[in-house]
Design a protein around this ligand. Structure first.
Ligand code: SF4
Length: 297
């Protein structure tokens, strides 16, 4: 494939994920070198180019990004740094550690099944009219890890189960890579009914459906949340920041640490994101293991 075609596809995928700036972390050094016309070093005497590829990028006009510059400032030194993980910026903090109930029917829900029953009867937005089945979520009610996706797709709509299509199979493999089965975790979406034609969820639909997710998280009270993809991360963290800016930090959602990574469907389109996804889930695994501490809000 031609280099410019490769770059075009790459940029389209980035835009699809909501990124407004160019981040080249999904390409190998050789790919980037080729795209900027620097090529591979031809001889041993030419290895300076390969070794100083960042200089080559700067010479080609690239600007070093500070992707987390507009995050909230840290209020104290990060204990993570004390435990050997460096360069982890402070994350977004949403809510407090207190259990915050929404009142009404949801406050009476004491179990995951109670919430699922309300979801099945829900008419808060119009999505229930076009969807075949509600997809309230599934897994262990005592899960230490909750995976939050965007919304049901066609396979999920057919079965009433989350992440059962190709992307779901990949999620299962990702979980196995950090020694977890689907039964160990709870898998859920921000929206419980499928948007027609897999269109993007609308803000009013997210607002209508969010209380179910919040109550599910209140009941399960996991140790860690993984937000899968731009939409889930933005909905959970109440931000418009791109996934490129949200990855690589430990955020907090009502006191629960949140790690953001790519949606498995995006990984199917761009296998180059498997490596950063692996780094993200390793971060989640280390949080589960207590191998790193969570920075104070
Ligand atoms: S998507 Fe959520 S808010 Fe809309 S009808 Fe389904 S459960 Fe209710």
């Amino acid at each position: 494939m031609r280099a410019d075609e490769l770059l075009r596809r790459y940029l389209e995928q980035r835009r699809e994920l909501g990124e407004q700036e160019l981040v080249l972390d999904g390409l190998s050094v050789d790919d980037v070198m080729r795209l900027i016309g620097a090529g591979r070093p031809k001889s041993a005497s030419d290895t300076a180019v390969g070794a100083n590829w960042r200089d080559s990028l700067r010479a080609a006009g690239a600007v070093e990004s500070t992707p987390l510059a507009d995050m909230p400032a840290a209020t104290s030194p990060s204990p993570i740094a004390d435990r050997g993980i460096i360069d982890l910026p402070p994350g977004i903090v949403v809510g407090t550690d207190a259990r915050e109930l929404f009142g009404g029917d949801l406050s009476r829900c004491q179990t995951i099944d109670d919430v699922a029953a309300l979801v099945r009867a829900c008419t808060r937005c119009d999505l229930h009219r076009t969807a075949k089945n509600p997809v309230p979520g599934e897994g262990s009610p005592h899960a230490r890890l909750v995976c939050v996706g965007e919304a049901p797709g066609a396979s999920e709509d057919e079965t009433g189960r989350p992440f059962v299509g190709q992307a779901g199979q990949l999620l299962t493999k990702i979980l196995e890579a950090i020694k977890l089965s689907r039964d160990d975790v709870f898998i859920v979406n921000v929206l419980k009914h499928r948007p027609p034609g897999n269109r993007n969820p609308r803000p009013d639909e997210v607002d209508a459906c969010r209380p179910y997710l919040v109550r599910q998280l209140e009941i399960i009270r996991p140790t860690v949340i993984i937000a899968l993809g731009t939409f889930a991360a933005q909905a959970l963290l109440e931000t418009k920041l791109s996934i490129g800016k949200l990855r690589g930090a430990i955020h907090r959602y009502h006191g629960i640490p949140v790690v953001v990574t790519y949606h498995p469907a995006a990984l199917l389109r761009n296998p180059a994101w498997k490596r950063p996804t692996w780094e993200d889930v390793q971060l989640a695994r280390r949080l589960l293991d207590g191998a790193i501490a969570v920075p104070p809000p």
